[in-house]
Design a protein around this ligand. Structure first.
Ligand SMILES: Cc1ncc(COP(=O)(O)O)c(C=O)c1O
Length: 362
């Protein structure tokens, strides 16, 4: 194919954007392997989702505020409809919020390792991303995060359960952190995996009371509810903050199919939660088997496990791949493996046993 355009362009691009590598998606898997690299839901799309999507009138633009979805979520969370925002995935709401509160000269504090999009989002807004290393047990170092907050900080991102380490923040830790973060700094509680987390002492956005004026909680239909491909997530927070986030949104980005599918999920919540609980049981079994093999793996609270393979990560990932497991590899750090199809468990555990035998866990 002949290129239509000159390879070089003199168009001026912001230098920080030039230096930004493109967002890395979880690797696709060959036909004989399991794709456990994107924390997706492994179950087939339920008929009631497909039926709901089919009712969408695609020649028309969607309702721009996802009003009906927001009303349903507001009823579930017992809040005002203006305290709910819907976006094209929760990552899109993250972008909107960070664009709304920060720009050049500001900074955004988050734990590291955590969701890979965080540094991107800060940079795209023109702000500096401040990465605070996790504790040795893979939890957020909340004291260090709070110590890093300064008068240029516009947002603190708390990810619980944390992607990719699976560790969670307790209710006490959360309230303690909120008490120490200035109330003119936005706190985003990213709960993309909340539905997989059932320990009573772990913070749950739905149970937070205290009327924080600087808190937005993010949830998604992608993970527990299997709508990743449709792109729909939501946030709960003070109306004034959400209004600002709406101002930075791409208009009408949440399709009618996505809105209808989300409503169908809300109508079939019990059915959807049966599959979530099945994944949780599978995850707990995988975790205890890993511990039995000699792994020191943090207790997982999402739909994935974290293998701390440190400097041997590439070698360990190769063993997984040879065993038919495509995972998310963080060179020099570790490997995140999604809890996927039932049939993926045995090949995964066989591969992790080989990694232990090769003495590659750290
Ligand atoms: C911690 C966390 N937050 C947010 C998201 C974004 O999810 P979505 O945009 O599909 O709602 C993800 C997806 O991987 C995630 O891991």
């Amino acid at each position: 194919m002949v290129s239509l355009f000159s390879r070089e362009s003199r168009v001026v691009v912001r230098p920080e954007i030039l230096n930004l590598p493109a967002y890395k998606q979880g690797r696709p898997a060959p036909a004989d392997a399991f794709k456990l690299s994107s924390n997706e839901n492994p179950f087939p799309t339920p008929a009631w989702v497909a039926e709901a999507m089919a009712e969408a009138q695609v020649s028309r633009y969607p309702e721009s505020t996802s009003r009906t979805v927001r009303e349903r979520i507001a009823a579930e969370w017992a809040c005002d409809v203006d305290e709910v925002i819907v976006g094209a995935g929760s990552v899109s709401i993250l972008y909107q919020l960070i664009q709304a509160v920060s720009g050049p000269g500001d900074n955004i504090v988050f734990a590291w390792r955590s969701f890979e999009a965080y540094p991107w989002i800060a940079t795209v807004a023109g702000a500096e991303g401040v990465r605070i290393p996790n504790l040795p047990d893979h939890r957020h170092d909340l004291d260090a995060m709070i110590a890093a907050v300064n008068d240029r900080t516009r947002a603190v991102l708390l990810c619980t359960p944390n992607n990719p380490t699976g560790a969670a923040i307790t209710t006490d830790e959360f309230h303690n952190a909120m008490a120490r973060i200035p109330d003119d700094v936005l706190v985003i509680l990213d709960e993309a995996y909340a539905e997989f987390s059932h320990e009573p002492d772990i913070v749950c956005g739905k149970k937070i009371t205290g009327g924080y004026s600087n808190l937005v909680m993010l949830r998604t239909f992608s993970k527990a509810y299997g709508l990743a491909g449709l792109r729909i997530g939501y946030g709960i927070g003070p109306a004034a903050i959400l209004q600002a986030a709406n101002s930075t949104a791409i208009p009408m980005v949440v399709t009618e199919q996505a809105q209808r599918a989300a409503l169908a999920v809300l109508d079939h919540k019990d059915d959807a939660m049966v599959r979530v609980m099945e994944l949780c049981a599978r995850r707990d079994r995988v975790w205890s088997d890993l511990v039995g093999q000699g792994w020191s793996v943090p207790r997982p609270h999402g739909n994935f496990v974290w293998l701390p393979t440190g400097t041997d990560t590439d070698k360990a990932a190769e063993i997984l791949e040879n065993g038919g497991i495509i995972a998310r590899v963080f060179p020099g750090d570790g490997i995140r493996v999604t809890i996927g199809e039932a049939d993926s468990v045995e090949p995964f555990l066989a591969a992790t046993a080989r990694i232990i035998a090769a003495d590659l866990q750290h």
